[in-house]
Write a protein that binds this ligand. Structure first.
Ligand SMILES: NC(=O)c1ccc[n+]([C@@H]2O[C@H](COP(=O)([O-])OP(=O)(O)OC[C@H]3O[C@@H](n4cnc5c(N)ncnc54)[C@H](O)[C@@H]3O)[C@@H](O)[C@H]2O)c1
Ligand SMILES: Nc1ncnc2c1ncn2[C@@H]1O[C@H](COP(=O)(O)OP(=O)(O)OP(=O)(O)O)[C@@H](O)[C@H]1O
Length: 522
């Protein structure tokens, strides 16, 4: 590469090249002499003019690059919008399908029992469409699986029936099961909201649950001991099928051959079908164990009963020492649940030509964080909400959080605490280098896109519920929207009471000594 600087007045031309390292010494001297003659002539107007011209050209290039980036961003936004529409359509199909299968729950008890026993008698050739006529698979479907447990013969089949349940909407303590939707009415020119959408939700089993999955915090002997005790109790008290993680299965069998009946899974495919076999998930650990349990389900999640065996336990209201009473209640009576929404995140690589090439969606219960990782540069992130530009984040990073995650990392970064049943997405910057960057709460129906611009100095890193870091290079984007698959967690009392108790007892929210009565007169 050669750079040439020419001054018209002195007609001195200075040429440099990275190839001409073996230059003639005399040439160098003459060039140096000319340069020394040239330097004192200030102001160097024509050089300034050249520099101006050069910087103008650079500005034009930068503008063009930016326009290209914006065009690309718009195309990606459009693609994301199509994707969202597609997902909505799929979700509505799913909803219709559930409505169809709900017809099944209206069967008379006798008919249901008759159907169940009839189906139980049938063998491997069960026609899945036979339940509920032509309504396809329903919650009463009898599942025939090869038992993945370590001590079953491969040919042995278990007939496991997923327990059907109903969701009821309680209102101000009126747990009458009336599901009233949030309608906006418009009568005589007046706009009125008829009902609030946020109700306490009750789960009522229509037949006793039969299969429970235990998810336990690793490396804790007290947790393993309690798990063994609970498994024994459930087997002896309710004759339940028990699933545990492969690691726990080995640990329990090492302890006692009594646990031969427990089942586990051996590969990703079996893990993916867990939701079709498991009626209830019990977690033994802290909040991290609830996050871990949720991450096992990439689609629908069975109700989760979280027992507290951690330090904070914001999402784990059940006291482990009262497990008999708590599990008895959950198995036999209707109980309140919190429907915790999750975010589905897609990473879109700049190199990918279209959406089809993007990586699998990742579901998070707390948050996705985009930060600067090891880089010492500011993170520079362009953020869009649907097709509207939101802002550029310049700081340590950004947290996109669910309302359940509002009390986790987002809280530490200055975000609001939000009741987990509030439908929203939190947009919380991490150490923004700006005085006016306050956190936002956006409605739950939006799609957010965070893009690393092409002119970003450094890389960015995305992490999901504090795990699985993925590097994002210039041009890469992260797209987030609310997933149709929430995590239903059982409440000890109800959603609001449990939430308030957690912020009081877990975070000591607004704890202050009361002012004494004997102050100065008003
Ligand atoms: N500065 C911070 O506060 C910070 C930094 C990194 C990660 N985190 C959080 O840690 C989470 C991962 O949790 P982990 O247990 O696997 O890691 P961990 O063992 O490092 O625990 C992090 C702490 O966050 C608490 N926590 C997790 N989810 C919570 C929630 N929804 N509400 C209130 N507190 C919650 C846990 O009880 C624990 O005390 C991430 O999703 C992130 O929210 C927080
Ligand atoms: N079943 C599991 N398999 C693998 N890792 C797990 C499992 N359950 C929890 N973990 C991980 O173990 C770590 C600790 O778990 P957890 O947060 O539940 O316990 P804790 O730190 O004692 O409780 P707290 O979060 O209340 O302080 C977390 O990082 C979590 O992701």
């Amino acid at each position: 590469m050669a750079i040439q600087v020419c001054d018209e007045r002195t007609n001195v031309s200075v040429a440099t090249s990275n190839q001409n390292e073996n230059r003639d010494i005399t040439k160098v001297t003459s060039v140096e002499r000319a340069t020394y003659a040239f330097i004192p002539q200030t102001p160097i107007r024509s050089t300034d003019a050249h520099l101006e011209e050069f910087s103008e050209a650079m500005r034009t290039v930068a503008k063009t690059l930016r326009r290209v980036a914006e065009g690309k961003a718009a195309a990606q936004a459009e693609a994301a919008e199509w994707k969202r529409k597609y997902e909505l359509e799929m979700a509505s199909k799913e909803h219709k399908y559930h409505n169809l299968t709900k017809g099944c729950t209206n069967f008379g008890k006798d008919k249901l029992e008759q159907l169940t026993s009839q189906m139980a008698l049938e063998t491997a050739s069960i026609d899945q469409t036979s339940c509920c006529g032509n309504h396809g698979i329903c919650s009463h479907q009898i599942l025939q699986d090869e038992c993945p447990g370590p001590n079953r013969e491969p040919h042995e089949k278990i007939v496991a029936r997923k327990a059907p349940f109903r969701l009821l909407w309680g209102c101000d303590g009126d747990k009458n099961g009336q599901h009233k939707r949030d309608f906006v009415s418009f009568e005589k020119g007046d706009i009125k909201t008829a009902e609030r959408s946020n109700k306490q939700i009750l789960l009522k089993w229509e037949s006793p649950p039969q299969t429970v999955l235990f998810v336990t915090k690793p490396n804790s002997s007290s947790v393993l001991t309690l798990c063994a005790e609970m498994v024994r109790w459930l087997k002896e008290h309710s004759n339940m099928n028990v699933f545990v993680e492969p690691r726990v299965s080995k640990e329990l069998l090492l302890e006692d051959s009594y646990f031969k009946f427990i089942q586990t899974w051996n590969n990703d495919l079996e893990e993916k079908t867990l939701h079709t076999k498991v009626d209830l998930v019990v977690t033994l650990g802290g909040d991290g164990t609830v996050l871990w349990a949720a991450s096992l389900f990439k689609g629908p999640v069975p109700p989760v009963v979280p027992f507290a065996l951690g330090s904070l336990g914001f999402m784990t209201p059940f006291p482990s020492e009262r497990y008999r009473e708590c599990l008895g209640n959950v198995l036999e009576r209707p109980f309140s649940i919190t429907l915790r929404s999750r975010l589905q995140c897609h990473v879109i690589r700049d190199a990918a030509k279209d959406e089809v090439e993007t990586e699998e969606p990742i579901l998070v219960l707390n948050e996705v964080t985009i930060d600067r990782g090891m880089s010492s540069y500011l993170t520079y992130l362009e953020c869009y909400c649907d097709s509207s530009f939101v802002t550029c984040v310049q700081g340590d990073g950004l947290i996109i959080s669910t309302t359940s995650g509002s009390t986790a990392y987002s809280l530490a970064a200055g975000g609001s605490m939000v009741h987990p049943q509030v439908p929203g997405i939190l947009f919380t910057p991490i150490c923004p280098h700006s005085l006016s960057f306050r956190p936002l709460i956006l409605p739950e129906y939006v799609t957010l896109r965070v893009q690393v611009p092409f002119n970003s100095r450094g890389q960015a890193w995305a992490s999901f519920d504090g795990k699985g870091r993925i590097q994002l290079g210039p041009g890469d984007a992260l797209i987030c929207s609310i997933s149709p698959w929430p995590v239903p967690t059982a409440c000890l009392v109800d959603s609001t009471t449990d939430f308030l108790r957690s912020i009081h007892e877990g975070l000591h929210w607004n704890l202050r000594k009361s002012q004494s009565f004997d102050g100065p007169p008003a």
